[in-house]
Design a protein around this ligand. Structure first.
Ligand code: CFM
Ligand code: HCA
Length: 531
């Protein structure tokens, strides 16, 4: 396997070879040293990467799904247009709500003249226009690349608009070129929400109140998770940010526990709420039947109430009664098959558990923009403060290797928690994968082709940029970003829907009718020109 792997990177010129080999790991749990990977570094220019930009991470991922805010993309029209409704982050009005702007696309559509003479005036006019037409309570401004280059002061415009129209106007300087991926955008969005929204509300919350962080309601996922949580008796104070609203996010500091579904996009908020308000956070995963069960049990143990624990088991049993016949029906069509997963920063890990439920093994998994801790895990170093009177846990990220946390907690809290829930907050992907499977960061078009040939997975799950490349080579691809046109895949009912979709996809007769060129004729091998 190692030789085969080398052959893939050997084709590169020396400097690219050196770079790419650091981003690929052949899992070996018997290796003497813990396995490490290079991640969150710049893609080599010219390589056909699957990654996106800072604006995509801020506007597209975190800010975009907030339904009661009008988000104006400040820039030429392309960025606003291409981020319009492609992510399938669903939203609907709940009781008492009046604003849902998610079907609209707002942009200043900057032209050459604005780039030369400045776009602030046009932005002001756009804000005035949306206020007059829609009367929103909240406006968000997200910058694209040229705005940063010409130096428009969107913060000053936001301050002006707040004064002028007496509404909340937030500015996010998330120019696409910032950082190396979407990840920089998550951070900018998280900082803005913490600074300006969380903590500004005062709606009283109940005993079992939680925020669901890092859940974006793709295909209706958060509705399914909320359905189960509400059945058990939890109060979901806010979801960040799927079907989310400023009206709810402003009360997030009043919840008793933060649940972290997608760690990569929201760990900043979980940690900042913890530091500022002392709220604990718990890593959960609602993708997969077993993962759902474990996450619900961890939550119940955290609150440590026998009634809640019993109710949790009751709901789990009822949910299983409903979905297991469906899963058992489709599972025989999936069992023994292999999967490759390449998604943004968390799903390539989370969906491995759902594939496990179907009896399928993951032979390759990778992320577009994960950091090292998403792959390697965070080492938890418990640090006990004997005199700590607070029962809170603080988690501190130790830079620069992004690998270490330090828990600061009272002895009493440490002793109880140690028995109750895994204090290992984030395990990382390498640890859960089998020996000889491949972990790959920032995969590119060429490498996808090569790994399809090498590993021959029965399914390669990725996104829209990869899907048809994979189909053309005769392999089934399910989009794990948008779920194609279906979902939800989270929670119990989501697992049943996933089992159905995967079984039907794997057994579709079409895969026998496609012959990729390399199966029938010798390929012309291209070579990259050395510098
Ligand atoms: Fe988190 Fe996401 Fe993901 Fe992500 Fe994304 Fe997404 Fe994703 Mo696409 S927040 S990291 S930036 S789980 S949009 S809902 S599917 S790449 S794996
Ligand atoms: C993004 C959004 C995206 C893209 C999906 C894809 C999403 O990163 O800008 O490439 O198929 O989930 O919509 O990740």
């Amino acid at each position: 396997m190692k030789d085969h792997l080398s052959r893939i990177v050997d084709k590169y010129p020396a400097n690219i070879f050196k770079n790419r080999k650091e981003h690929i790991v052949l899992v070996d749990h018997d290796s003497e040293n813990p396995q490490t990977i290079t991640a969150n570094t710049r893609t080599i220019p010219g390589i056909i990467t699957s990654r996106g930009c800072c604006y995509a991470g801020c506007k597209g991922v975190v800010i975009g799904p907030i339904k009661d805010a009008i988000t104006i993309t400040h820039g030429p029209i392309g960025c606003g247009y291409y981020s319009w409704a492609t992510r399938r982050n669903k939203a609907r009005l709940e009781e008492g709500e009046t604003d849902n702007y998610l079907n609209y696309c707002f942009s200043t559509d900057l032209q050459e003249g604005d780039i030369v003479f400045g776009g602030e005036k046009k932005l002001k006019r756009a804000i005035k226009e949306v206020v007059e037409i829609f009367h929103p309570q909240n406006i968000m401004i997200c910058s694209t690349c040229p705005v940063g280059l010409i130096g428009d002061d969107i913060n000053a415009v936001a301050a002006w608009a707040e004064q002028e129209f007496h509404i909340k106007v937030l500015a996010f300087s998330c120019e696409g070129y910032k950082g190396v991926t979407q990840s920089a955008g998550h951070h900018i969005a998280n900082n803005g929400l913490i600074k300006n929204v969380v903590g500004t509300g005062n709606t009283v919350t109940g005993k079992y109140s939680v925020n669901l962080l890092g859940e974006y309601n793709i295909g209706g996922d958060s509705w399914e998770i909320e359905r189960v949580l509400t059945r058990i008796g939890y109060e979901v104070v806010s979801v960040m940010t799927g079907n989310g609203s400023i009206a709810k996010i402003k009360n997030a500091h009043l919840a008793n526990l933060n649940l972290v579904q997608c760690y990569r996009s929201i760990n900043y908020i979980a940690e900042m709420i913890q530091t500022k308000y002392g709220t604990d956070w718990l890593k959960v995963n609602f993708i997969g039947v077993q993962s759902c069960i474990e996450s619900l049990r961890d939550m119940a143990r955290y609150f440590d109430d026998p009634v809640l624990i019993a109710r949790t088991e009751e709901v789990i049993a009822e949910e299983l009664d409903e979905i297991m016949p469906v899963i058992n029906h489709y599972q025989p069509l999936c069992v023994g098959k292999t999967a490759a997963l390449f998604v943004g920063g968390s799903r390539a890990l989370h969906y491995q558990y759902l594939f496990q439920d179907l009896g399928m093994e993951t032979v390759l998994a990778g992320f577009e923009f994960a950091h090292r801790d998403d792959y390697e895990g965070s080492e938890v170093i418990p640090f006990i403060k004997e005199d700590a009177d607070s029962k809170n846990i603080e988690t501190l990220h130790l830079e620069p290797d992004e690998k270490h946390y330090r828990l600061v907690l009272s002895r009493e809290k440490y002793e109880t928690l140690k028995k109750q829930i895994p204090l290992n907050y984030f395990g990382g992907m390498i640890k859960v994968m089998k020996n000889n499977s491949v972990v790959i960061d920032d995969i590119n078009h060429y490498e996808i082709d090569e790994f399809l040939k090498l590993l021959k997975p029965d399914i390669f799950c990725a996104g829209i940029k990869e899907k048809y490349q994979i189909h053309k080579s005769g392999v089934f691809s399910k989009q794990l970003h948008s779920y194609d046109y279906t979902g939800p895949y989270a929670g119990f009912k989501g697992a049943a829907a996933f089992a159905r979709d995967i079984a039907l996809g794997l057994t579709a007769p079409v895969w026998n009718m496609i012959r990729p060129p390399w199966k029938t004729e010798p390929m012309l091998e291209g070579s990259l020109i050395k510098e």
